[in-house]
Write a protein that binds this ligand. Structure first.
Ligand SMILES: CC(C)(COP(=O)(O)OP(=O)(O)OC[C@H]1O[C@@H](n2cnc3c(N)ncnc32)[C@H](O)[C@@H]1OP(=O)(O)O)[C@@H](O)C(=O)NCCC(=O)NCCS
Length: 193
């Protein structure tokens, strides 16, 4: 895919990740509470995070790529808060999936909600998608609640869908359709909690 656009909201800006973000993102991602439900382990050194950012940028630019990565940054001072990606972008079927994390110091303040509003406005309005999915570990209550507050609906449970260490965990398929994102986007732009 092309270079990620910059999407600016009142409190959150989504922009391309830069190698200079590595130290801040490493400090957030080294927290095991952040990666507990993710497909990758916490990085052990800043160079690992830098390499991850390098590879992600390469993956996005590769021919036939179906992924767009963003750094989630605070509007105003540009502090990195986490990352979000639109992946499995399928333009023929007009669908994609979203995956995100933010650092623990920034949980519980609505930053992910605004991130979802910006991502969904881009996915539905700029890319013309009809459907955006999220696959969530069945015990990741925080993510399930956050997505439901954004307008995603639970569509089903895929049993033992993901390997986590030695265990296989079931995942909830969540999805939001074109038009269902409008109340969220309006509320975020109007500064409503
Ligand atoms: C899952 C995750 C993204 C959710 O983050 P979050 O901060 O809880 O998400 P939200 O932005 O929806 O925040 C909602 C909370 O902010 C509060 N809040 C404060 N100010 C707010 C505002 N202006 N607008 C909206 N909510 C606000 C809400 O009341 C709610 O609080 P509660 O959790 O105590 O009920 C985060 O916990 C995370 O990164 N986890 C690790 C990675 C992960 O699991 N990713 C998902 C994989 S599927």
């Amino acid at each position: 895919m092309d270079e990620s656009p910059t999407l600016r909201g009142p409190r959150v800006t989504l922009r391309p990740a830069r190698l200079e973000d590595a130290p801040a993102l490493f400090e957030l991602a080294r927290d095991p509470a952040v990666t507990k439900y993710l497909a990758w382990p916490s990085p052990t050194c800043v160079e690992e995070t830098r390499e991850h950012l390098r590879l992600s940028a390469e993956q996005q630019r590769a021919p036939g790529s179906d992924i767009i990565h963003f750094c989630i940054a605070r509007t105003g001072d540009d502090t990195p808060l986490g990352k979000t990606s639109l992946m499995h972008i399928h333009l023929a079927h007009r669908r994609a999936a979203v995956g995100s994390w933010i650092g623990r110091p920034f949980w519980g303040q609505g930053f992910m909600r605004e991130t979802k509003a910006l991502t969904l406005a881009y996915a539905f309005d700029a890319l013309g998608l009809e459907r955006v999915e999220a696959w969530v570990d069945i015990d990741n209550q925080r993510s399930l609640s956050s997505l439901e507050r954004c307008g995603f609906r639970r569509e089903g449970i895929a049993r033992r869908h993901k390997r986590r260490g030695e265990a296989f965990v079931s995942q909830v398929l969540m999805a939001i359709l074109r038009g269902e994102h409008v109340p969220l986007v309006r509320a975020v732009l109007n500064g409503q909690p």
